[in-house]
Design a binder for this molecule. Structure first.
Ligand SMILES: Cc1cc2nc3c(=O)[nH]c(=O)nc-3n(C[C@H](O)[C@H](O)[C@H](O)COP(=O)(O)OP(=O)(O)OC[C@H]3O[C@@H](n4cnc5c(N)ncnc54)[C@H](O)[C@@H]3O)c2cc1C
Length: 462
């Protein structure tokens, strides 16, 4: 193995290769909470040529390669594998172009999402992919996980924002397809193979992202409702009344809302307690337009009894206040302790049943356990965070996963709505994909990476 690392040093230069033992701690794990792993070596090439040379060498020698972006993934997809090298894209961090006419941004895969967002704003436009990890995650990682976020209801997942890609295949072949056009049906749309496939089929080195006009005016409301049925009614009302102005529709069940509002000390924007809480955000181009539409929508919903209580933010400071509990998820470690986190998808009309069954199933099996539910209900995406305080650091992960994923399977849902499979959901893939779907995934993997060097052991079990 030392011969391999020496060969990589000779090929790529010692400034690109860090040997095992010297690999900085940050590159040995991601945000999944899995135990850090020392890779064979860390490779940090400066350009596509370097990525290609590294892959060609590793493929020839049968060495596994784990692509890493910002390591903010929470499914373990970027976790190093013993005996494999880590290929970090963090030096491919150049914004190459913002084209205001075509409304595109071309950049290296290692550009941090927030930096790409800022470049778009400076050009008077907007990159409408946004998530809490924006300061850490990279454009390449966001593409490779087909990331979602709070604005999917309006702008779609990362896939909707990718126009072109440059990808290096397992054998080092560089496929440059930096398309900037919205329409391009010339043969197979190859980029789709590399979006959301978690580094299994190729390494993204550059991307052309689609930009949007930036609505300058926003309006945000916080609602208390009786139950999930009322939330679904409210979602239909908001869609009908706000149309494309509806930017976010986030739901918090009492388990999440009360625990986090009290645990963080943020408190509630409403005086009374309710069966479910919702944050709605609208955005638009005409001054006062989004606010007037949101107000009218809420007035009608209050009159019809769909909503029990509501407050609309008067300014951007109040807007941030209405989002505060929903955004307190970064405080889980402090407020909740060790957690087992889920990002499942459930058909909308069974969401209420799913929340009840998961929460009551966990309470019955582990008295005193926390099961906190919240999510992007407009995308049928339910986040569930479980913690069994009496178990401390040894959370009963396998049993809890079997319980939750069993419910998801019965409801024809998905075990991963947005965070991907990586390592931590790999053994449950068959809960949401048929044998034929999994066999097709394997066939595509075998065709593009016959030696199986890319992200070995991730997503598909061996
Ligand atoms: C606080 C917080 C909030 C989050 N919120 C959301 C959210 O709202 N929605 C959501 O979807 N996710 C969310 N995530 C998860 C995470 O941020 C996303 O999955 C993100 O897209 C990962 O990007 P990254 O650059 O950190 O990728 P990494 O974690 O480094 O890698 C993720 C996967 O992509 C592969 N990969 C990375 N770069 C490349 C590349 N260039 N080519 C090929 N494969 C590559 C890796 O091998 C791995 O399988 C959140 C995470 C945190 C910590």
């Amino acid at each position: 193995m030392q011969d391999i690392v020496t060969g990589l040093e000779e090929l790529l230069g010692p400034e690109v290769v860090t040997r095992a033992g010297d690999v900085p701690e940050a590159y040995r794990h991601d945000w999944s909470g899995l135990t850090p792993v020392e890779p064979l070596a860390l490779l940090r090439p400066r350009d596509t040529g370097g990525v290609s040379a590294a892959l060609r060498f590793c493929n020839a020698h049968g060495v596994g390669v784990v692509p890493q972006g910002g390591r903010s993934g929470i499914s373990g997809g970027a976790m190093p594998v013993a005996g494999a090298v880590v290929l970090s894209l963090d030096r491919l961090n150049r914004i190459e172009e913002v084209d205001p006419q075509m409304a595109t941004l071309t950049c290296g895969a290692g550009v941090v999402l927030e930096k790409a967002q800022q470049a778009a704003v400076e050009a008077g436009l907007m990159l409408a992919v946004d998530l809490g990890a924006r300061g850490s995650c990279t454009v390449g990682g966001v593409i490779s996980t087909n990331a979602g976020g709070n604005q999917v209801i309006r702008y779609g997942m990362a896939r909707e924002h990718v126009l072109g890609l440059e990808v290096v295949l397992a054998d080092g072949t560089v496929v440059t397809a930096l398309n900037k056009m919205l329409k391009n049906n010339a043969g197979l749309d190859l980029k789709q193979m590399f979006i959301g496939t978690e580094g299994l089929l190729g390494v993204v080195t550059r991307a052309v992202m689609r930009l949007q006009p930036r609505p300058p005016h926003t309006a945000t409301a916080f609602l208390g409702l009786a139950d999930t049925a009322a939330v679904i009614d409210m979602l239909a009302r908001a869609r009908a009344a706000l149309g494309p102005q509806l930017t976010s529709f986030e739901v918090m069940w009492p388990s999440f809302f009360h625990h986090m509002s009290e645990g963080t000390g943020i408190g509630s924007p409403l005086t009374g307690r309710h069966g479910v809480y919702v944050v709605i955000e609208a955005s638009g181009f005409a001054e006062g337009g989004a606010r007037a539409a949101l107000e009218a929508c809420l007035e009608a919903a209050l009159e019809a009894g769909t909503v029990e209580d509501a407050v609309i933010a008067a300014n951007s400071r109040e807007e941030r206040g209405l989002w505060a509990v929903r955004e307190s998820v970064a405080e889980f470690a402090r407020v909740v302790g060790p957690i087992i986190a889920f990002d499942v998808g459930i058909p909308l009309m069974r969401m209420d049943e799913a929340v009840r069954r998961c929460e009551s199933g966990i309470a019955a099996r582990w008295p005193g356990a926390l099961a906190l539910s919240y999510g992007h209900i407009g995308d049928s995406n339910l986040h569930l965070v479980v913690s069994v305080p009496s178990a401390g650091k040894n959370q009963p992960e396998t049993e809890v996963k079997k319980l939750v994923y069993g419910i998801v399977r019965e409801m024809a849902g998905t075990i991963s709505a947005e965070h991907g499979i990586g390592l931590i959901k790999r053994d449950y893939l068959a809960y949401s994909r048929s044998p034929e779907e999994i066999a097709t995934m394997r066939a595509i993997k075998a065709a593009l990476d016959p030696k199986g060097i890319l992200n070995p052991g991730k997503v598909l079990s061996s």
